[in-house]
Design a protein. Sequence first.
Length: 260
Amino acid sequence: MLTEDQRAQAVASLLESHRTKIQGERPSAMFPEIALEDSYAISSAVAEARVKEGHTIVGHKIGLTSKAMQAASKIDEPDFGYLFSDQLLADGAKVPFESFCKPRVEPELTFVLHSPLKGPGVQLIDVLRATEWVIPSIEIIDARVTEPRKIFDTVADNGAGAGIVLGGRPIKPDAMDLRTIGAIFYRNSEIEETGLAAGVLGHPAMAIAWLANKLGPYGTELKPGDYMLSGSFTRPVHAQKGDTLHADFGPLGSVAVQFT
């Protein structure tokens, strides 16, 4: 466990990376004794600082929801971070490459709630009942700390969350079997990845249930109108300046973002 002063040093470093778009030292290298509890506390403190700067928290992002990503990170459960108002982007958005340290992108599904969810005890059916829309999306993730990152570093860095592109054809949660939603992910004209939403904990709504149950003991409720990014069902794809990333969700349409 870290001291409050050590946590504050990590928070200051991450906020500087947000400002300069230059990767800072990873918390696990600064403080080898760091624990996951420290990482979540650092992430929350960074979020509080960003809110003081005028940003609004509009939901959460969930990561490490596939077995492959959990194995790669040597952790047996997902992680989460915060979504901010300035991270919401429309389909076809053109974003400056220089706005990120080292951007990567992933196809995901975003859940928008119409009813609150609070754990413990939230089940898949509770999530479906509380969901208004499921939206095809692309998440932009960004490594604001140096390699080789550990799970402590990713969690402290808001789960690497940096942007969310919403598009395609939003559907009601009972419009189809959400497990079978697929995505073909292109960089420019080449297919980089394909996947099915079932790769997210067997059903993407289970990621939302996990988050509600994770936050419930701390008195935190998932609120109506919140955007809940459920996690990728492909590996992340690196983005370079000039690249267009395009996720084809079949009958649910497509989502694209360009790095200029």
